[in-house]
Design a protein around this ligand. Structure first.
Ligand code: ADP
Length: 405
């Protein structure tokens, strides 16, 4: 076989409404194949993929679920790569929530599957989807069954101090039921933080930064001396920033009010807060930031939604400077919105000039579409845009676990 095709890892990222996949080399970072299925459960589900530079796009159907989409990927895309699959060195699965027991990436066995299942109540939109992917790969590729590695978003947060992860509710709810802040998006925060340490030419263990992952789901983390010391997502990925369809922070009494006075069931409220709130709820139109970028200056509801998004984000950035032991090396923006929307960076940091941020307009406007770099003036607290690559991070982690075995 072509030497280039050795040392490859399959990465599977089964999200709540999309499935991303890639086959790549964790050492030279070359992607042999990558793709995604978007718009699961919607009117038109489609798949795009790219193999050695050749792009493909196909409609899969309507209201397609995870299982059907995975079957399509396996039968139409992976089946063309039989030689590659014989020689894969491992399969890395993204898992959002490790629950109370799992703290780091690990080889998947029946015990780990049970733990991921148990943690589903903390990530009801994500863990069940992650598990469908894991089970499907084990079933369809039995020869790879001892090579499946779970890489957890929550691992990045396992050293947070209890001052950050405990809620001010009776302590017993934490001790007995594991109710605490677990965080999410850890794979991305960890990846961009390591890239920041290279860009700042600073050792990771002395790095003091704030990382903002802004996508359909959004979160922010404070990293002090290379350890994550606070993060905005909580027991579940619902807490924190304003997101595409999730509310982020709110007064819990809103739930009692909706239940007691509006007679909405708990299930209905859960759906409202997870799927009908955030930018979609505020605008009544869209959760897609491309829409808000276009309409910010001409539609009142678009401006209102974006301003609330920025208000919450800038408040978090300011608050997180208080947990960094008096030194902030940089703020990092990543994720679909963080990497592509100069308007957000302009609006957020204009609110934070008190903390010494001065955005350079030219750098801000030109750092989009996959570019990484500094977007602030020389005399400013630095802000970097850094493109995230969760698939590469998962492949590298998978490789290190396989080699350790
Ligand atoms: P997730 O991985 O959480 O599904 P992404 O990181 O892909 O999300 O980010 C999706 C968000 O980023 C969407 O709101 C989308 O509109 C926005 N986005 C992606 N690319 C662009 C772009 N070029 N311009 C404006 N917004 C963009």
């Amino acid at each position: 076989m072509d030497k280039k095709l050795n040392n490859l890892i399959l990465v599977l990222n089964c999200g709540s409404s999309s499935i991303k996949f890639a086959i790549l080399n964790p050492d030279n970072k070359e992607k042999y194949l990558s793709g995604s299925v978007e718009c699961l459960f919607l009117l038109e589900t489609y798949i795009t993929w790219q193999c050695l530079g050749t792009k493909h796009k196909k409609k899969i159907g309507a209201n397609v679920n995870h299982k059907d989409a995975l079957n399509f990927i396996i039968e139409q895309v992976f089946s063309q790569q039989k030689d590659i699959f014989k020689n894969l060195i491992g399969v890395g699965h993204r898992v959002v929530h490790g629950g109370t027991k799992i703290k780091k990436s690990t080889l998947i066995d029946s015990n780990i599957i049970e733990c991921i299942q148990d943690a589903s109540s903390f990530a009801p939109l994500h863990n069940p989807a992650n598990l469908i992917g894991i089970k499907m790969i084990i079933e369809k590729y039995p020869s790879l069954s001892r090579k499946n590695i779970a890489v957890f978003d929550t691992s990045f947060y396992c050293n947070m101090p209890e001052t950050s992860f405990l809620y001010a509710i009776p302590y017993n709810f934490y001790k007995k039921y594991g109710i605490r802040r677990y965080g999410a998006h850890g794979i991305s925060h960890n990846y961009v933080a390591h890239r920041a340490s290279l860009m700042l030419n600073k050792q990771f263990k002395s790095l003091n930064i704030i990382t903002c992952h802004l996508g359909n789901g959004s979160s922010i983390s404070a990293i002090c001396n290379g350890i994550c010391v606070d993060t905005s997502m909580g027991l579940t990925p619902l807490e924190g920033l304003v997101m595409g369809t999730r509310s982020g922070d709110l007064d819990p009494s809103i739930i009692f009010f909706m239940n007691n006075h509006l007679n909405l069931s708990i299930d209905k409220i859960e759906t409202i807060l997870n799927k009908k709130s955030g930018l979609l709820g505020l605008s009544g139109i869209s959760s897609d930031f491309r829409y808000f970028e276009k309409k910010y200056y001409c539609k009142k509801h678009a401006k209102r939604s974006v301003d609330i998004f920025c208000h919450r984000l800038s408040k978090y950035i300011a608050a997180y400077t208080s947990v960094l032991e008096n030194r902030l090396d940089a703020v990092i923006f990543t994720g679909g919105i963080g990497e592509n929307v100069p308007l957000i960076r302009e609006l957020v940091f204009s609110r934070l000039s008190l903390l010494g941020f001065k955005i350079n307009s030219n750098l801000n406007l030109s750092t989009i579409g996959g570019k990484s770099g500094l977007i602030t003036e020389d005399n400013s607290t630095p802000v970097f845009v850094i493109t995230t690559d969760e698939e590469l991070a998962i492949a590298q982690e998978t490789n290190s676990i396989i080699n350790r075995k």
